[in-house]
Design a protein around this ligand. Structure first.
Ligand code: NAI
Length: 327
């Protein structure tokens, strides 16, 4: 049996946390031969609820669960952490200005980035789920100068999975029949789900669906799916978000299948004209615990315009964070 790895989950008592922790403990995320020690981080008011979740984790008697500890102190929660899933965030409440939201989250992700910098294991991999995820990941990375910035990623996998599901339904196929989906950008309504390179059972997706369906149904449905879930469920996506977090980390740790790629938002190196440093969803392959952006794709003018528009909006959010003195 392998040595246990430490997985820290913030916002552990929340909705996503409740759906996520059991999947991690079952081996879905890191493989069925990898024991995990779970560190749960919560705010003091939610520690009791996290204790309840920990009781259930223990009651599930997962063979791979090597222990559960609960903290309200990031320094301790990230000690020796190999995988950090940063889910807890300050939600936008009624009447809250965008600047207030950014400031509140800067106050969470800055200190957590520093705690990771000072206490995590050398091979730390971070996934930020808490919104605004891409900006929060940028803030955490900026607060961790000793950790390579590439280790801070934001979740676009839910958007990627939503895109797979929509295309599979439209083409009467399975999600496993589809390869090379992309969702460019950030987790916002102006992201750009892109099937230009996708194949369905080896056939180009663009030959199977028409442009009107892509523009008028596929792109807005994927980009605005979060709001549609809230409208239908009366609560935001939790189980699908948790599942996507599991998929993101699993691909990063264990690799993507030969010939396929996934969407990961990591700091741009200027690929496809995206400003350097912006945490931005791009097509990536994963192998040996590293992810690599798929470069050299010939993008249509339309795709390039969408990327430029979305990158501008994402950059504006970072500029606002800087203006607020959060970096
Ligand atoms: P929730 O409100 O049910 O749970 C959030 C938890 O985080 C709460 O238990 C809260 O006490 C905790 N928390 C707040 N500040 C914390 C801190 N400083 N340290 C540790 N824990 C802290 O929310 P839910 O549904 O679990 O969603 C969590 C986040 O994930 C939200 O920001 C949501 O917008 C985001 N999200 C992101 C998605 C993506 O695709 N990137 C998809 C769905 C949700």
């Amino acid at each position: 049996m392998k040595k246990p790895v430490t997985v820290t989950v913030t916002g552990a008592a929340g909705n996503i946390g409740y759906a996520l922790l059991f999947r991690i403990a079952s081996g879905s995320m890191l493989g069925e031969d990898q024991p995990v020690k779970l560190n749960l981080l919560e705010i003091p008011q939610a520690v009791k609820a996290a204790e309840g979740t920990a009781m259930e984790l223990n009651d599930a008697a997962f063979p791979l669960l090597a222990g559960v500890d609960i903290y309200d102190d990031a320094t301790k929660a990230f000690a020796g952490c190999n995988y950090g899933l940063l889910v807890g965030a300050r939600p936008r409440t009624k009447g809250m200005e965008r600047a207030d939201l950014l400031a509140a989250n800067g106050g969470i992700f800055g200190p957590q980035g520093k705690a990771i910098n000072d206490n995590a294991a050398d091979d730390i991999k971070v996934l930020v789920v808490g919104n605004p995820a891409n900006t929060n990941a940028f803030i955490a990375a900026a607060s961790a100068p000793d950790v390579p910035a590439e280790r801070f990623t934001a979740m676009m996998r839910l958007d990627h999975n939503r895109a797979l599901s929509q295309l599979a339904q439209k083409t009467d196929s399975q999600v496993t029949d589809i390869e090379k989906m992309i969702v460019w950008g950030n987790h916002s309504a102006d992201q750009y789900p892109d099937v230009s390179f996708a194949t369905v059972n080896g056939k180009p997706a663009v030959d199977l669906v028409d442009e009107a369906w892509l523009d008028d149904y596929f792109v807005p449905t994927v980009a605005k799916r979060g709001a549609a879930i809230i409208e239908a469920r009366g609560a935001s996506s939790a189980a699908s978000a948790a599942s996507a977090a599991v998929d993101h980390m699993r691909s990063w740790a264990l690799g993507t299948p030969e010939g396929d790629w996934t969407t990961i938002a990591g700091p741009s190196h200027g690929e496809y004209g995206v400003p350097e440093g912006l945490v931005y969803g791009m097509p990536c392959t994963c192998a040996n615990g590293e992810y690599t952006v798929v470069e050299g794709l010939e993008l249509s003018d339309k795709t390039q315009a969408q990327i430029a528009k979305n990158a501008q909006a994402a950059q504006a959010e970072i500029d606002e964070v800087k203006k607020l003195g959060l970096l």
